[in-house]
Design a protein around this ligand. Structure first.
Ligand code: DAH
Length: 341
């Protein structure tokens, strides 16, 4: 029996050094100390030991059993500590490591300007309207008092899809669309893309952007137009900016004017100013009182209602504001350029 015990102790010690995880250690524990384990078998065999040897043998067996149990327990503690340390190391998060910075997009400078202009007019009670870029000749020209063969059509050499359909040459057809579908009072602005046949260069593009404004109500007069545009200029360019109304011609307004603002950059003092080129004035928009013919064609009685309209190019405003000297940059979508705004 002594031999048997020695063998079990040796085998268990060998197995212990091979038990690399708690699972195999638990298997060993069952194999030695479990119900059918080797030490349990030995205890069962005590009956066969002669009565005089039994007490000494019993003590020895119990000692060995206790020793093995302690060895296994100690190893169990070791293993579980090591496993815990390993897990902590593997799952460690270093909260001091700098994160990956997400790439933030930006609004196109033109979009920023559209929103700024829009906000100013919305603040004055205008609603934002929308119209199609592929337009009919009817809305783009006819309803705006530009009949076929009218010389004013020459100012806007257009992309015709066919005789009746055209890429809109200005945002003004949205005026006609609104007037033919809504009852006054009307107070809208409509930003959007417009198209004209043009050679691409630093100041010309066949695609560009405008924002149109229209107000129709009872008793609207030139004073409302002037007040509205003056207020716009001040909010857009600063309190000290002045406006200048020059008589002009548009078929859809009568009287018509072009509006300049005093140079917000040099105030007219720099003969080489990149915005006003020394003139002290910057041309920003066309406007006028809606021609009674247009009101009538759009189903609004000019005896009852009157109104004003204006339209301005947004690309030039954007370039002036940001000091962009080549219009093409706005359309090339080069992130190295767009990232600067
Ligand atoms: N549609 C004109 C253009 O593209 C701009 C314009 C002038 C719009 C006068 C208007 C206006 O509404 O009243 O040149």
């Amino acid at each position: 029996m002594q031999d048997q015990l020695d063998k079990i102790v040796k085998e268990t010690q060998d197995a212990l050094s091979n038990a690399k995880d708690t699972a195999s250690l638990e298997a060993l524990r069952v194999k030695v100390l479990g119900k059918k384990g080797s030490m349990t078998q030995i205890l069962r065999g005590m009956g066969a030991v002669s009565a005089d040897q039994r007490p000494a043998m019993g003590r020895l067996v119990n000692e060995v059993r206790a020793k093995l149990e302690e060895l296994i327990n100690r190893q169990a503690e070791n293993l579980s500590r090591m496993e815990k340390e390993m897990r902590l190391k593997l799952e460690a998060v270093d909260v001091t490591i700098p994160g990956t910075e997400p790439v933030m997009g930006k609004l196109h400078p033109l979009t920023q300007v559209v929103r700024q202009v829009q906000d100013i007019f919305v603040g004055m009670g205008f609603a934002v309207a929308d119209g199609p870029e592929v337009e009919t000749d009817h809305y783009n020209f006819e309803l705006l008092n530009v009949p076929k063969n009218h010389p004013a059509r020459d100012m806007q050499d257009s992309f015709y899809i066919n005789g009746e359909i055209v890429l809109r040459t200005h945002t003004s057809p949205v005026q006609a669309r609104i007037m033919t579908t809504r009852k006054p009072p009307i107070r809208i602005i409509c930003p959007g893309r417009v198209y004209r046949v043009d050679q691409v260069d630093a100041t010309h593009s066949p695609v560009f952007h405008q924002i149109e404004g229209l107000v129709i109500d009872k008793g609207i007069h030139l004073g409302h137009l002037k007040g509205t545009l003056d207020e716009f200029a001040r909010r857009m360019y600063g309190e000290s900016v002045k406006t200048r109304f020059r008589p002009s011609f548009f078929p859809f307004t009568e009287p018509s004017a072009e509006v300049d603002i005093s140079c917000y950059l040099c105030g007219g003092k720099d003969p080489n100013c990149r915005v006003c080129h020394g003139s002290g004035w910057i041309e920003v928009l066309g406007c006028g009182m809606v021609n009674p013919n247009v009101l009538t064609m759009c189903g609004i009685d000019p005896q009852e209602y009157s109104g004003f309209a204006f339209g301005m190019g947004l690309d030039r405003i954007t370039n002036g504001k940001y000091g962009i000297t080549d219009l093409r940059l706005l359309f090339e979508n080069d992130l190295r350029f767009l990232d600067q705004f």
